[in-house]
Design a protein around this ligand. Structure first.
Ligand code: B12
Ligand code: SF4
Ligand code: SF4
Length: 255
């Protein structure tokens, strides 16, 4: 059955597929899989390579390609969920690329329902690198993940034993926010300031100033480049302006 699932996904253009037992998924800050999907036994984790657009000095080029990849990976994830339920006859839940997230529960901000990095590690798709991202043994850092939770009992793949991260430090020295200075920890606020400059923090700041502004100032604010950028980020979803730690890692790069 595993080979059927793997071949199907690879046939769609997914770059790699790994299988994990729910028992081997250990993400200390995330809810348990049992609390999300009682009776789930296995995770099917899919890896999708990012194109070289993430290297572009244009954040628009980089984000456009990410949007395309998100769309493709979401669609492959949902299709796999439908295959597991419809053809293999077992209930499935999908874990797409990232959002939506829970912003209502204290302590859960910045924590996905399922940590796809920990799922990828459990499914033999890589190891944590110095940048706290998962490095795939063949494709390096430039991969994103999705997963399907299922009640099917699927034999787990063997975890990757050799960490491809050489500790060269390029991800740390190239981070414009200094968010990776402490090993094993990404400083979320620092990263967010650079990677999502028109995200939630910027929105709150903008609308706070708007509330205090005069009528004429408000009109000018709504025609400013700042507001147009906020509007664009809000209407297309989160918009990333930084891919540095993701793109500078030399492991597995295409020539
Ligand atoms: C919220 C989020 C963020 C937050 C980070 C919050 C956080 N502390 O994790 C912010 C906005 C900062 C962020 C930034 C980025 N993100 Co992000 N993000 C997510 C999201 C939606 C949830 C992550 C989560 O649940 N974190 C909370 C828990 C799980 O983290 P934690 O237990 O505290 O673990 C942290 C550390 O303890 C450490 N860690 C944990 N265990 C271990 C073990 C070892 C050995 C080591 C060394 C470290 C380590 O790593 C974690 C990072 O701080 C995931 C999608 C998903 N559902 O998983 C994508 C995800 C993690 N992001 C991703 C990416 C690519 C990025 C960015 C490059 C942005 C971009 N342009 O794409 C940057 C990279 C920042 C970095 N170097 O860490 C990818 C990672 C792919 C990969 N190859 O690993 C994911 C998996 C999305 C996806 N579908 O593929 N992200
Ligand atoms: S995405 Fe950019 S700001 Fe965030 S940790 Fe990576 S290099 Fe630093
Ligand atoms: S850039 Fe260097 S230190 Fe950072 S994850 Fe890649 S190999 Fe490891």
């Amino acid at each position: 059955m595993k080979e059927r699932i793997r071949d199907l996904a690879l046939g769609w253009g997914v770059d790699d597929v790994g299988f994990a037992s729910v028992c081997d998924y250990r993400s200390p800050n995330s809810p348990s899989i049992e609390s999300l999907f009682p009776g789930a036994r296995s995770m099917i984790v899919m890896a999708f390579r990012e194109l070289a657009a993430c290297e572009s000095s244009s954040p628009q080029m980089a984000m456009s390609a990410r949007l395309d990849l998100m769309e493709f990976s979401r669609s492959a994830c949902y299709r796999m969920g439908r295959f597991v339920e419809g053809t293999l006859g077992s209930p499935a839940m999908t874990v797409p690329v990232g959002y939506p997230m829970d912003f209502n529960t204290p302590g859960k901000i910045g924590v996905g329902e399922v940590s796809l990095r920990h799922a990828a590690v459990a499914a033999g798709l890589g190891t944590f690198g110095r940048h706290n991202l998962v490095v795939h043994p063949r494709f390096g850092t430039r991969v994103i993940f999705t997963a399907i939770l299922t009640k099917l009992e699927l034999a787990p793949d063997v975890p990757v034993e050799i960490n491809s991260c050489t500790d060269c430090g390029l991800c740390v020295s190239n981070c414009p926010a200094g968010a990776l200075d402490d090993a094993g920890k990404t400083e979320v606020r620092k990263c967010l300031g650079k990677s999502q400059p028109f995200g939630m923090g910027a929105n709150i700041a903008f609308w706070s100033r708007y509330g205090d502004a005069t009528r004429d100032e408000q009109k000018a604010m709504l025609q400013s480049p700042e507001y147009l950028s906020l509007y664009q980020a809000g209407s297309i979803g989160y918009q990333y302006y930084c891919f540095r730690c993701f793109s500078v890692c030399p492991i597995g790069l295409r020539n």
